[in-house]
Design a protein around this ligand. Structure first.
Ligand SMILES: [Zn+2]
Length: 290
């Protein structure tokens, strides 16, 4: 499973991690055994040249939602958070003493319109979210005017997903560092923040060498996940909802993607799941300080 290719950007993720409930302990022990590589395919595998050309599929012409949840659909109550110090190393889930919290994280931004729809959704709903951006994907610059005030208020956090979205296992230490720092400079230009110490290695692929190379330039916390919407590629909306039902759970770090249209027609229903379960969304900074 560790060598499983994440496949095309259109492929539906497959594998045991997606077809059955992932026992947390099994997941983590397996992740350690594999060096956390290839366990749960993270993101669409696009080359840098494809980033700008990653146009939405024809199906994306389906209408984006015209109604959004009302402002502050999920009230943010900091007293529900048991704040922790910044982790020393990778994280897969929120601390256990943080109940009824969920860290919704969203990667990539390869769908321009999808990224913009996410930005409007976050603004209009009050959802707190951490975006792991590949800052050259055009959706981020097109969304910066909406997102920047949300970043300043702390509702939105920006993490680093590298500039080129490469498999870091295949890069030299210097290349890893450049990929992260180049992206961080772009993030600074777009959002006025430094994304350190949090980064998400593309595809979840990293090992001790990669972690050390990243840490040497300030990226000390690889952020993995223990729940996924499995939408790095395009999947049917109802399939995405089934993953939401499975993985929108207390203490989870949830992985989603701003790549393909289905999530954009599901925003109100996703908020409904959070509300039904009384889950409060948090950024990493909300829980870990910064
Ligand atoms: Zn990715």
């Amino acid at each position: 499973m560790g060598g499983r290719d994440c496949g095309s950007d259109r492929g539906v993720p497959e594998g045991s991690a997606y077809t059955g409930r992932v026992d947390r302990r099994t997941f983590i022990s397996a992740a350690v055994a594999l060096g956390a590589t290839g366990l749960m395919c993270g993101c669409a595998r696009l080359s840098p040249d494809q980033l700008a050309a990653a146009a939405l599929p024809v199906a994306s012409l389906a209408p984006l939602p015209v109604t959004a949840p009302g402002p502050q659909a999920i009230a943010f109550d900091p007293s529900r958070i048991s704040r922790q110090s910044v982790p020393n190393g990778s994280i897969y889930e929120l601390p256990n003493d943080n109940t009824d919290l969920i860290a919704w994280t969203v990667d990539d931004g390869f769908g321009d319109e999808v990224t913009q729809a996410y930005a409007r959704f976050v603004r209009d709903s009050g959802i707190r979210i951490t975006f792991f951006v590949c800052a050259e994907a055009p959706g981020w610059s097109h969304s910066a005017a909406i997102l920047r005030p949300l970043v300043e208020s702390g509702q939105v956090q920006i993490g680093n997903h590298t500039r080129t979205h490469s498999n870091l296992l295949n890069l030299s230490d210097a290349e890893i560092q450049k990929d992260l720092l180049d992206n961080n400079a772009l993030i600074g230009n777009l959002f006025g923040v430094d994304s350190r110490p949090y980064f998400r290695p593309p595809f979840g692929n990293y090992d001790d060498r990669v972690a050390a190379a990243a840490a040497s330039v300030g990226y000390t916390v690889p952020v993995l996940w223990n729940g996924t919407l499995s939408d790095s590629g395009e999947i049917p909306p109802e399939t995405l909802m089934s993953f939401a039902d499975r993985y929108m759970r207390s203490s989870n770090i949830l992985l989603g993607h701003a790549n393909f249209w289905p999530v954009t027609v599901l925003f109100p229903r996703l908020v409904g799941v959070l509300e039904d379960r009384d889950l409060m969304t948090v950024t990493l900074n909300d829980v870990y300080g910064a």
